[in-house]
Design a protein. Sequence first.
Length: 451
Amino acid sequence: MTWFMVAVVVVVAAAGLLRWRRPAWYWLSLGVTFATVRVMVRYASVMDACGLTVPPARWRLTLARMAGREVPGPRPPRILRLRPTRTGLLLRLKLRPGQDAFDVAATTDRLRHSFGLYGVTSREVRSGVVEVRMTGYDVLKRVQMPARLDTRPMRIPVALREDGSVHYRDYRAVPHGLTLGATESGKSVYQRNLVRGLAPHHVALVGIDCKQGVELFPLARRFSALADNPDTALELLEALVTHMEEVYQLIRAQQRISVVVPDAEIAADIWDLPEDIRPVPVVVLVDEVAELALYATKDEEKRRDRIITALVRIAQLGRAAGIYLEICGQRFGSELGKGITMLRAQLTGRTAHRVNDETSANMAFGDIAPDAVLAAIQIPAETRGLAIAGDSTGGWHRIRAPHTSLREAVNICNKHAHRTPDVPALAAFRPATEAVPSARDRLSKTAPATA
């Protein structure tokens, strides 16, 4: 008996240590079994305590009275599926008549405490069916992306959500995005993950980094164009507008609209064109948008107006031409001048890291998900990389990108440097990568000399 007690103590201590140091391993080895048993045993009582039950049907009561049996109790939602995952449990419920998906969403915090799990979220799958995702541990504390990812053209995995699922940046579904974050909030790491994910794809990367190129120039071998100051940024954006107009002319020439042409063959954007003539899609990354909107003199004000006008035109018209905007900044507010709110209205995808003021959070989510504003301003300073992601549907998630150092991002870009496409309209802005330029040299129009 003594040896048995010692063995039990050792096993319990090992499980506790594993849960503390390696929560993912603990969940896959022991936690998933304990959680599944706990959910199945407590399910009916928890649903009743949370108000997620309905009275029995009248015909059941009538049959019970006629048969002299005990009156049936209230009925909880029926379990359609209970599936363990690598981070938690997936519970799919069939709602009873009279129940609503909002009823389940409103009780997720009580379900979390009742089932003894770390987090619970819910979403409506279809009419009458709700999917409840339960996580067994804090998946955002130490982000580990799954080995198998659903990667498709222009769909990039960039972060992990709090429910354990992968957060994708799908440019064809959400063409333009806005990313906000104060200094040391993890915004640069999020941007590196974007570049790292885009590097293996057939896409032209265009960067505007007004911090003299210190963030994006190390990745220059994978960029088709770079600008490191507002003057060059203006020329680059106007060149993109010209390129966009040329792409539309190509689409117009390939439409061949006629009464004898089937509708499926009529092109409306670059993805409807034949692959052999399809222009390469372009992703424009603006590292600090406020530097493009600030001005001190009349000449700078004119330049600023032209820059914002070009950005708004690209945001409004660029999707069909395959030009996508990814705008980043520490601050994004109406005080940046006219045209900023018009630009924001075109940026469907919103991501906010820790911000220093509520106004920036309101600019990110105030018009699409007001309840996400409070979540954005409550991000603690010590959890760098934690962010709130939302879109025009009103839904939002807590996400965190895996830490990617600048060295790792540079290695990925150098590995895929041969994939960098040559866009004739942007050839003058191709960064020189043969030799390291002096710190005093600008990146404007530094096309490498050909032998």
